[in-house]
Design a protein around this ligand. Structure first.
Ligand SMILES: Cc1ncc(C[n+]2csc(CCOP(=O)(O)OP(=O)(O)O)c2C)c(N)n1
Ligand code: SF4
Ligand SMILES: [Mg+2]
Length: 325
């Protein structure tokens, strides 16, 4: 029996993507590395949202965390150190039809990429950003990063780091046009997923700092928070996260926080112990740069070619029509 074109189209339309459709190669991260939990959450998000793999792109810089695009069966761009955000912004402007995600490390985002980080927040393009914050340079074998805590001994700070760690939440909340800031921890997968999902649904740049374990270089660093549920401050609100009964039974240190309240968000961000987990700030009214510029429609190959020709023509030296004239 032959299959008609319309039957093929119906089948294509009905094709459902399963988790395996988003799973790329076998991750090469260390056992127990928090990057594995983040990968599981984003793969689940793609499946639950049924994101077309051919319309989804994960962009990263360099670092252990930046290997994530390799493990997604979507498009990916493993960029250069510190440059994940400008690459993602370029993609966003050129292909507004794509879902654009960024995975960046604390070195990648807060050190070499810090200038891009500040300006990306200000431009507020519709991009979902996950900061994998393990408080160390993992890939290059244990150098202090800007978020490393004071006193941390590393290969670059053998006597212990002299400075207090930089707080990515307070920095982010200080930038003009910031529209979504949340914090998650890799060891509570249910909340991690809820926060990743809320970030995806926000229109504008959503910035999620994920506190991530690096058992290779800092195996004990987060133990006190891991073993005491009261050292997690859960932010709950009808406009933010509404944690399940299973979660609130364990994590009883709960604060009712309206994510539109910037002053309170800044106060919460400044107080790091217990670790705040949830949505600190969300304001859907902040305009996205691509909307302000009117760049919301995908450009056709024809329009791109014509634009390039016009640009190149500006530099053409045309021979004089009348020699000596
Ligand atoms: C321009 C440039 N400078 C330095 C490096 C070396 N380098 C690669 S990854 C990295 C730090 C990675 O740390 P982080 O961003 O925290 O990622 P993690 O490995 O911890 O996930 C550095 C310094 C590089 N690849 N390119
Ligand atoms: S070195 Fe640390 S961050 Fe890198 S894969 Fe191993 S545990 Fe993960
Ligand atoms: Mg790191």
């Amino acid at each position: 029996m032959t299959t008609t074109t319309s039957e093929c189209l119906i089948r294509l339309y009905e094709q459902r993507h399963e988790l395996e459709d988003y799973q790329g190669g076998v991750p090469r991260w260390c056992t127990g590395c928090g990057d594995n939990a983040i990968l599981a959450a984003v793969q689940r998000l793609c499946r639950d949202e049924q994101l077309p793999p051919e319309k989804t792109v994960f962009v990263s810089g360099i670092g252990c965390s930046s290997r994530l695009p390799h493990y997604m069966k979507t498009y990916g761009f493993h960029g250069i150190h510190g440059r994940a955000l400008p690459i993602a912004e370029g993609i966003r402007l050129a292909r507004p039809d794509l879902h654009v995600f960024v995975n960046t490390g604390d070195g990648d985002c807060c050190s070499i990429g810090a200038a891009h980080w500040i300006h990306a927040l200000r431009y507020n393009m519709n991009i979902t950003v996950f900061l994998h914050d393990n408080q160390i340079y993992g890939l290059t074998k244990m150098q202090a990063s800007p978020t490393s805590p004071r006193g941390l001994k590393s290969n670059t700070t053998p006597r212990g780091s002299y400075l207090e760690g930089l707080n990515p939440l307070t920095v982010t909340l200080g930038v003009q046009n910031v529209s979504f800031v949340a914090q998650a921890v890799d060891w509570i997968p249910e909340l991690l997923y809820d926060i990743v999902s809320a970030a995806f649904h926000h229109k504008g740049m959503s910035f999620v700092r994920i506190i991530q374990r690096c058992p290779e270089w800092l195996p004990k660093l987060l133990d006190p928070w891991l073993h005491d549920p009261l050292k997690v401050r859960l932010l709950a609100h009808e406009q933010g996260l509404t944690p399940s009964d299973a979660i609130t039974k364990i994590y009883k240190n709960i604060e009712h926080h309206d994510p539109l309240d910037m002053d309170r968000a800044r106060a919460i961000a400044s107080s790091t112990d217990p670790i705040p987990v949830g949505i600190l700030y969300r304001n859907p009214e902040i305009p996205c740069y691509e909307e302000l510029r009117g760049m919301v429609g995908a450009r056709t190959p024809e329009a791109i070619r014509t634009g390039l020709e016009q640009e190149l023509d500006k530099f053409t030296v045309w021979p004089d029509s009348e020699p000596g004239a």
